[in-house]
Design a protein around this ligand. Structure first.
Ligand code: SAM
Length: 285
């Protein structure tokens, strides 16, 4: 295998698989990601998992401030030294688990939103997306690299195999756009799968909005809980309680055939359903 600039043979450090450490080594890909992101030059951007700084350093030249959050203490030390050596003053690097970071601690002025960028470790992509959804009022645009299979789920259309509850909930909360295909050969070590960079704009969510987002989440999750079953049967097998008659009437009012499967429903269908059928946790009535 070709020796890469990130290879650390003889330096007492190796990429850690459990932290999803596949580092970008193609400069062309790095520059494409940063230019496609089109962050405002004065903006603050949260970077998830800066690693050896492939994105961090060029990004710091394009935006106002970078808040880089890295879980691996060894990498924080290495990158911290490099930032000092290069006198980079607009990067704040912290040693934290992004899944435990309190978004409230980010210095975002009231009324402003932070950008997000990250070549996400594969094993945290779904939990990190959930955290982004929970904190979406503080986030503007997010530009994230996912393994292709996950990216396809995010951009999927109704009727496709990849369309699921994550698709509906993400597309409800943000405008999603595919930005770049990245081949596995762009990383060191080379992963087993290809990747894709996706943009999510939380300032342009789907319209119309619902009044009870928790109920929308329950309706979507119930509908997809047994995705091979019809809507009615999938709801019956979900962990939430509902009145079957209410569901039948809601489907009729929304012009949805109860014999359909969840994958055939559009986001507007789910919005319509969730304004007419109300789900509760089992046992809470
Ligand atoms: N951004 C670098 C690049 O593109 O070369 C590194 C990307 S690598 C796929 C993922 C990075 O996320 C690694 O540096 C890894 O240590 C870090 N990481 C893994 N889990 C993390 C977590 N829970 N919180 C913060 N960083 C994490």
């Amino acid at each position: 295998m070709k020796e890469s600039r990130n290879s650390n043979r003889g330096h007492g450090w190796r990429p850690k698989k459990r932290l999803g450490q596949n580092f970008l080594r193609e400069k062309g890909v790095v520059h494409s990601i940063i230019s496609l992101a089109r962050f405002d030059p004065s903006s603050s951007v949260l970077e998830v998992g800066p690693g050896l700084g492939a994105l961090t350093l060029p990004l710091s030249q394009k935006v106002g401030h970078v808040y880089a959050v890295e879980k691996d203490a060894q990498l924080v030390e290495r990158l911290g030294e490099e930032l000092n050596r290069k006198s980079v003053a607009n990067v704040t690097l912290t040693n934290q688990d992004i899944l435990r970071m309190d978004f409230e601690t980010l210095p975002v002025p009231p009324g402003e939103r932070i950008g997000v960028i990250g070549n996400l470790p594969y094993n945290i992509s779904t939990p990190f997306l959930e955290r982004l959804l929970d904190n979406r009022k503080k986030v503007g645009k997010a530009v994230l690299m996912f393994q292709k299979e996950v990216a396809r789920r995010l951009i999927a259309s109704p009727g496709s195999r990849e369309y699921g509850s994550l698709t509906v909930l993400i597309q409800y909360h943000a405008r999603i756009f595919p930005l770049l295909d990245v081949p596995r050969s762009a990383f060191y070590p080379v992963p087993k799968v290809d990747s894709m960079v996706i943009g999510l704009d939380f300032e342009k969510p789907h319209e119309p909005r619902v009044s009870d987002e928790e109920n929308l989440k329950r309706v979507v999750r119930s509908a997809f809980s047994h995705r091979r079953k019809t809507l009615l049967n999938s709801f019956k097998g979900s962990p939430y309680s509902f009145a079957p008659d209410e569901l039948r009437k809601a489907c009729e009012a929304c012009s949805i055939d109860t014999g359909k499967r969840a994958e055939a429903l559009t986001i507007d269908d789910f919005i319509c359903l969730s304004s007419r059928v109300f789900l509760t946790s089992q046992g809470t009535g």
